[in-house]
Design a binder for this molecule. Structure first.
Ligand SMILES: *Cc1c(COP(=O)(O)O)cnc(C)c1O
Length: 537
């Protein structure tokens, strides 16, 4: 076994014996455990995990989950612990091929959760398009959008960027264009999620990120670092409006640190898109968590219910796509929603029909869309639960407490903490050591943390960077994070704090965290899912 692994095993062992810091709790959890699952591995099996991490080539995705005795914080996607009400709904699932019970239950719940503008009035105008997860919804959506655009308006031969854009914005459009085939049409967003960006680019469009200034300046005091830059967005709409089929906001902004978007920003984007006649969509995966931050930090919403805030948010858009694996509180599911009388339907009248054809060809009948009837029932129940005040209070404050614990231990994290995850800043973590990007120490960090018994995800230089022409191109704007995503209703604070303790051990001995060499996959697309590494001597 590599001596660096052995060194950290001795440190983790000492750590197991340390008294955990006492912490004060004034409120019990707003739920109680109705079912539990014993782990079948032990915290003290460090040597076993040390061997496994070497066998799987230091790739955290490949580490067997059942060998993780601590926190599995690889993703909050599909990892929710469902409530007993959801399990009960599963048992009542109706597996009819067409128009099963769950489909109607879900329709009703969608209107209750997202508001009356999502009620389908005309039976011939479908507004809900089910898929088995978020990215398959995106894949269908952007594929059809590109087909519709290409039919409506042949992009001109001359693709040069329009005048009147500031040089910074032009440069970013150029970078975006280099990543796609055609690069005439542009999809602006506060920040695209990785699969959304992939689906936009695969369909010949530029995925443009326009995070607000407070985001880029790392302003820790600003509560809405997920906002889009309105000035840049307006310049773009003014000078290149004919190239923009729709404008996006991702709520919360997962790529940028999981941070929320304010209602003001949402309404300002709405106003801009009305002024220029361009449809407006959400990537809505964490809509309820975003609403909680609006309630906490925008004074006029302090006394409004989460439900009312969500309704107001979704009045602003012409449609959205969503992964129900997040705030749907289920383990699988996704959808595209298109508002019946919204601007998108007016601009693309044939779109819904094509989307239904795509569903039938790839997912199944539109009334189940790649899901079992029982999944729809538990999803309806999940959408009811997720907007409950007590659930959200506990959920988000738990993630904030985890972030605070890390801060107490001197671990540099992105602040303010967003709803679903804590992002550890690797640039600041290794500050003081002269290290290079192509040493990928974030990968070594996640590998050694697995030896301690916890799993995090590198989302930085390796995940978002590219290896082209013999050199590393870092992500733009630069992100170098390791993300700790907290699954919903899964862990108690003490579990998260034990992960924080192990992270502290790594931080105290950061100079012993080695560089890694990439053994396989450095030049591949989406390389972090597939690569293999080894510790450099
Ligand atoms: C997870 C996620 C997606 C993709 O959804 P999947 O269900 O994982 O395919 C899209 N956008 C955002 C912001 C996400 O967090």
């Amino acid at each position: 076994m590599h001596d660096k692994i052995q060194f950290f095993i001795s440190k983790f062992k000492q750590n197991l014996l340390r008294d955990p810091a006492p912490c004060a709790y004034y409120l019990p959890r707003p739920y109680r455990s109705a079912m539990i699952r014993f782990r079948n591995c032990k915290p003290e099996d460090f040597e076993k995990r040390g061997e496994i991490i070497e066998q799987v080539g230091f790739n955290a995705f490949m580490f067997p989950a059942q060998q993780i005795p601590g926190c599995d914080l690889l993703s909050d996607s599909g990892t929710t612990t469902m409530t007993t009400e959801q399990w009960a709904a599963l048992l009542l699932g109706d597996e009819a091929y067409g128009s099963n019970e769950g489909y109607f239950a879900l329709r009703e719940q969608i209107v209750r959760t997202f508001g009356s503008s999502w009620r389908q009035e005309d039976p011939l105008k479908e507004n809900m398009f089910l898929f088995h997860q978020g990215r398959s919804a995106e894949h269908a959506f952007f594929g059809i959008l590109w087909a519709e655009l290409a039919e409506k308006q042949t992009p001109p031969e001359d693709h040069s960027l329009p005048d009147g854009l500031p040089p910074g914005l032009k440069a970013r459009l150029e970078i975006g264009r280099a990543k796609t085939e055609q690069g005439y049409f542009i999809i602006p967003n506060n920040s695209h999620f990785d699969t959304t960006e992939g689906n936009v680019q695969n369909n010949c469009m530029i995925a443009l990120n326009l995070p607000c200034k407070e985001h880029l300046q790392n302003n820790e005091e600003y509560p809405f670092r997920g906002n889009v830059d309105l000035e840049e967005l307006e310049l773009l709409l003014e000078h290149a409006g004919e190239r923009i089929p729709l404008v996006y906001l991702t709520i919360t902004n997962n790529t940028g640190g999981g941070q929320p978007v304010s209602m003001q920003n949402i309404k300002d984007v709405r106003a801009l898109t009305r002024k220029y006649g361009i449809p407006f969509f959400f990537d809505a995966c964490r809509f309820a968590e975003n609403a909680w931050f609006i309630q906490k930090n925008e004074s006029e919403y302090r006394d409004k219910s989460i439900q009312a805030i969500v309704h107001e948010m979704f009045e602003q858009v012409d449609g959205f796509h969503i992964s129900f694996k997040k705030d749907g509180m289920v383990n699988i599911g996704g959808a595209v929603m298109i508002k019946e009388d919204g601007m998108f339907n007016q601009n693309f009248p044939g779109f819904a029909e094509r989307l239904i054809d795509h569903q039938i060809l790839t997912e199944g009948h539109p009334t189940y869309g790649g899901l079992a009837g029982r999944d729809l029932k538990s999803l309806a129940e999940g959408l009811r639960t997720v907007v409950r005040q007590h659930y959200l209070d506990y959920r988000i404050q738990q993630v904030i407490r985890f972030g605070r614990k890390l801060t107490d231990y001197g671990i540099p994290i992105v602040k303010p903490v967003g709803a679903h995850a804590v992002y550890i800043d690797m640039d600041r973590f290794f500050r003081g050591m002269s290290i290079r990007d192509d040493e990928f120490r974030g990968i070594a960090f996640t590998a050694l943390l697995l030896v301690a018994g916890h799993r995090l995800c590198e989302l930085g230089i390796y995940a978002f960077g590219k290896f082209k022409g013999g050199r590393e191109i870092p992500p733009d704007p630069r992100v170098n994070f390791v993300r700790a995503s907290v699954p919903r209703l899964n862990y108690e604070d003490r579990d998260l704090f034990s992960a924080a303790e192990a992270i502290r051990v790594l931080h105290e001995h950061k100079e012993r965290i080695p560089a890694v060499d990439v053994v396989y996959g450095r030049d591949l697309n989406l390389r972090h899912f597939k690569s293999r590494f080894r510790f450099r001597d």
